[in-house]
Design a protein around this ligand. Structure first.
Ligand SMILES: [Zn+2]
Length: 875
């Protein structure tokens, strides 16, 4: 059966106008889940009002047993595998009952099932965004059609079963138990959630007494599969969770409303924001394996990838990431769940806010005080990269259908949107920002809203014209290039400094001028290296502005956008570039030092300086880098620089040089420090590309580690992949390691290690293209594939794959293949031919799915960028 899984904005708009959903009762029979049964029974009873006589309800399955509308059987001849057409509806209230068999998922969509090889336990969890609730039960799958869901789930009696709301009753059903959950407040289908299995649970509570005399207590849990319990670190997770609840409770002025045992229907006098309406609330957080994304904001039951649990300890960077994602998801309890974007056009309204909040609240309310650094040096590069692609789009995008929506969970929607909102706070002040947010929640609680609703809420709190601000920032594309044109006089003192912006919108071709609130800093070379001589605030509303505060100060290096307040690519002038290349590591301010690294990296990516200069800078400056987060980020960049941006003939020497740097650095790193861990990771990564590290890598893998370094399983697997890539290890050694770490993660890691062998490429290709893989197995094989360095050998099969890849798989699986198998090209005949063949496929197939075309076009652009960089050689 070929079903059209896509939904268009137009038809959902019409359905949204026609229907008002009241309630869902969703009965799922998971009693056979621990066997090899492929399906489970799903019965969905939907009560809704209609102003028209026909519509459709969404359900993706192969087997529907019956559908009734108001008690009358519906004939199903025209069911296409995705939409059940409903005719002869009453004007007014209707009840539809759909009885079907639905499939357990192995690719992360809908109801995912996995079995832990360590103990044989089976676990289930759901993931529904954007539209995979319809793989579990029949529903109207669009965000503005909110309903009150009652879940009734039958599962093995010894299992833990949890959903958005707490359980209100349970009854024995043979070997099993039937759990009934409290009805949800009005909820979009993309955020319903369920977990079932012998999950391990740790509990805590959070409570608040507010100035207005009200109080609230929320039950907290942290959960994971039993095999990971020793790595759960629930103390730290609860610490972050409570810090977040404290912050949001104060800042948003609307009590956390989810997971309550009872829900009072909202009155129209805005009393829904009163604390007494939300009693018995809970906030569950569960860490699950084989998860497609980082985390999902299901109200009352947030799901996270298990990658946020660290076997054998973690760096500050990893802990900061986890805190930021916990606080990102928590922000969604308001931005997204309480007030939901009407359609995916306003996806950014929830993601940009949540992303900003994740970093801001981590920085301001927790002990993880490097969140802004991570945002500036790491997260924002995702935005700059996407914003330079031919597929870039305004933050406010027009999204015509679901496939397009799925593509827009990207660097623009998350990171650029967040950066732009940070800039908005710099302009209007955080007080006004949060005051507007409070009005927005009060006005739209449990409903859906658009961007205009948000601006309407914010505007009364500021003198600035937000509609104009929004036109400049949210309806244009491409990052502004920010420069500080500096004239220097006697002794290097600044005689004139002009900050300029330049931006050509990649989509419209228009020149864009944006209002920026930023800072510019000057650094002078002294005894102790680079020292800051001035930090000046700059309000840039036109193309340029003078900075009189800079005049008279020495500035060997001028850094535009110091403190990272605005969104734009900060450029270094020639002199600053050279000073940076030789003295960068002496800047003591982490944010500024990170910004200088970022500036050098952007110059490299944009083919303004030869990649060799970035590599040389890494080799001289990285060993003195004191911040492991910066080191980790820059080390990723240098690997891209060597692997893709350097001319092919110079790479071996560069890898060897990196190898030498890592060998010395790891030996000198302070025991048990983040730097030591990070250098060990880097040595393991570099060892995949240079045989000069084979001995070092083998010794580490063997347990001969420097004092204070823990040989974690993750490090051993990373070393294993590199050793296999270099031919130093074969299957027997991998097998041996697997015996010592025969876990879910160990098994997946062994797939990567074995696929890293160049001689495994044919078999890896075959498995990736032909086998029915789980999402995790696919990712693992693709990682190994990348390490094995296939070059352009598979360019022709790749072009052939493009014809069929989209139709045969769920979108996330297809997408990973299109990205992961795209050939690495060099600036030689072979590389150009490979790229030419893919470009021809793109030109010759205008009718192929738009989402597929977008990804292919992006990969072509990345490859062309690499070719440009490879041609900048003179220094
Ligand atoms: Zn999010």
């Amino acid at each position: 059966m070929t079903s059209d899984l896509n939904l268009t904005r137009q038809e959902c708009d019409a359905r949204g106008d026609q229907l008002k959903v009241r309630t869902y009762r969703v009965e799922l029979d998971l009693s056979e889940a621990a066997t090899d049964a492929e399906t489970y029974r799903s019965r969905s009873t939907v009560v809704f009002d209609s102003t028209g006589t026909s519509t459709w309800i969404d359900l993706v399955t192969d087997v529907i047993d019956s559908v009734t509308v108001n008690g009358r059987q519906v004939h199903l001849e025209d069911y296409d595998g995705a939409r059940i057409l409903l005719h002869d509806l009453e004007i007014g209230e209707n009840t539809v009952v759909v009885d079907a068999l639905c499939k357990y998922s192995r690719t992360g969509e809908g109801l995912h099932r996995f079995t832990d090889p360590e103990d044989g336990n089976t676990y289930l969890y759901t993931h529904c965004e954007p539209t995979d609730a319809r793989r579990m039960f029949a529903c109207f799958e669009q965000p503005d059609l909110k309903g009150q869901f009652t879940f009734v789930v039958t599962a093995p009696s010894q299992w833990l079963v949890r959903s958005n709301q707490p359980e209100v009753s349970s009854e024995p059903a043979g070997e099993c138990t039937t759990h009934t959950f409290a009805p949800t407040p009005p909820l979009s289908s993309y955020i319903v959630a369920l977990i079932a299995g012998p999950y391990a649970v740790v509990q805590d509570t959070w409570s608040v007494k507010r100035a207005d005399g009200s109080s609230q207590t929320i039950e907290l849990t942290a959960m994971c599969r039993r095999g990971m319990l020793e790595h759960l670190e629930s103390d730290e997770i609860f610490y972050t969770t409570k810090a977040g609840l404290d912050f949001y409770d104060r800042a948003y002025g609307f009590p956390y409303p989810w997971g309550g045992s009872s829900y009072a229907a909202p009155a129209k006098d805005r009393s829904e924001g009163r604390a007494e309406n939300f009693v018995g609330c809970k906030y569950d957080q569960v860490f699950v394996p084989e998860y497609n994304i980082g985390a999902m904001e299901n109200p009352g039951l947030v799901t996270f990838t298990e990658d946020y649990l660290f076997r054998g300890g973690a760096t500050t960077m990893q802990r900061t990431s986890r805190a930021a994602v916990i606080l990102h998801e928590m922000a969604h309890m308001w931005f997204g769940d309480l007030v939901t974007p009407k359609w995916w056009d306003d996806l950014w309204l929830k993601e940009s806010f949540a992303d900003l909040m994740g970093y801001q609240v981590t920085q301001e309310a927790t002990r993880f005080d490097q969140a802004w650094l991570q945002f500036a040096s790491g997260r924002k590069l995702w935005a700059y990269t996407y914003d330079q692609l031919p597929s870039t789009h305004p933050v406010i995008a027009r999204i015509e259908d679901l496939e397009a929506a799925a593509q827009n969970f990207d660097g623009i929607t998350y990171s650029k949107g967040a950066a732009v909102l940070r800039q908005l706070q710099a302009i209007i002040g955080p007080e006004s920002f949060f005051a507007g947010a409070r009005d927005y929640f009060a006005a739209h609680a449990f409903g859906s809203a658009t961007f205009n609703d948000l601006l309407t809420a914010l505007q009364p709190h500021t003198e600035h014209d937000l509609w104009r601000w929004a036109d400049a920032w949210l309806r244009t594309t491409s990052p502004s290039e920010l420069t500080a044109d500096t004239s220097r006089g006697h002794g290097g003192a600044v005689t004139e400094l002009v900050v300029r912006q330049r931006c050509t919108d990649r989509i419209t071709g228009d020149e864009v001028v944006r209002p920026h609130q930023l800072q510019v800093a000057g650094y002078a070379l002294g005894e102790a290296g680079l020292e800051r001589t001035f930090l000046a605030p700059v309000t840039l509303t036109g193309e340029s502005v003078e900075v009189p505060e800079a005049v008279g100060n020495r500035a060997d290096l001028v850094l535009v956008n110091a403190g990272d307040l605005t969104y734009g690519i900060g450029r270094l002038d020639e002199q600053s570039q050279h000073v940076a290349s030789t003295h960068l590591s002496s800047i003591t301010d982490d944010l500024d030092r990170g910004a200088v690294w970022t500036a050098l990296w952007n110059l490299t990516r944009d083919a303004r300086i030869p990649a060799s200069r970035f590599v040389d800078t890494f080799c001289t400056q990285a060993p003195a880098e004191s911040n492991a987060m910066i080191l980790r980020i820059v080390a990723g960049q240098v690997q891209t620089a060597v692997g893709h941006f350097l001319p092919a003939g110079t790479r071996t020497a560069a890898w060897d040089a990196l190898g030498g740097v890592a060998r010395v650095a790891i030996a000198g790193a302070e025991p048990e420090s983040d730097l030591q861990r990070t250098w060990a990771d880097l040595l393991a990564e570099f060892a995949s590309q240079t045989d000069t590290l084979a001995g070092d890598a083998a010794a580490l893998a063997d347990g001969k580690v420097p004092d204070g370094l823990t040989l974690t399983d993750e490090l051993r697997w990373k070393l294993a992949a590199s050793l296999v890539r270099q031919g130093a290890w074969d299957e027997a050694e991998v097998q041996h390691l697997l015996e010592q770490d025969n876990t879910l993660i160990g098994r997946t890691s062994s797939l990567t290690a074995l696929a890293a062998a160049p001689q495994a490429q044919d078999e890896t290709w075959r498995r990736l293209v032909e086998d029915e893989l789980t999402n995790d197995a696919q990712r693992a094989l693709l990682t190994g594939w990348g390490i094995s360095d296939p070059g352009t050998k598979y360019a022709q099969p790749y072009v052939e794959l493009l014809d069929s890849v989209w139709g045969d798989r769920v979108q996330s699986m297809a997408q990973r293949l299109v990205i992961g198998l795209f050939p690495d090209v060099d600036a030689d005949d072979e590389g150009r031919a490979a790229l030419g063949a893919i470009r021809s496929w793109y030109d010759d197939n205008p009718g192929s799915p738009a989402a597929l075309r977008r990804i292919v076009l992006e990969q072509i652009d990345h490859a062309e960028r690499a070719l440009r960089a490879q041609q900048v050689t003179q220094d």
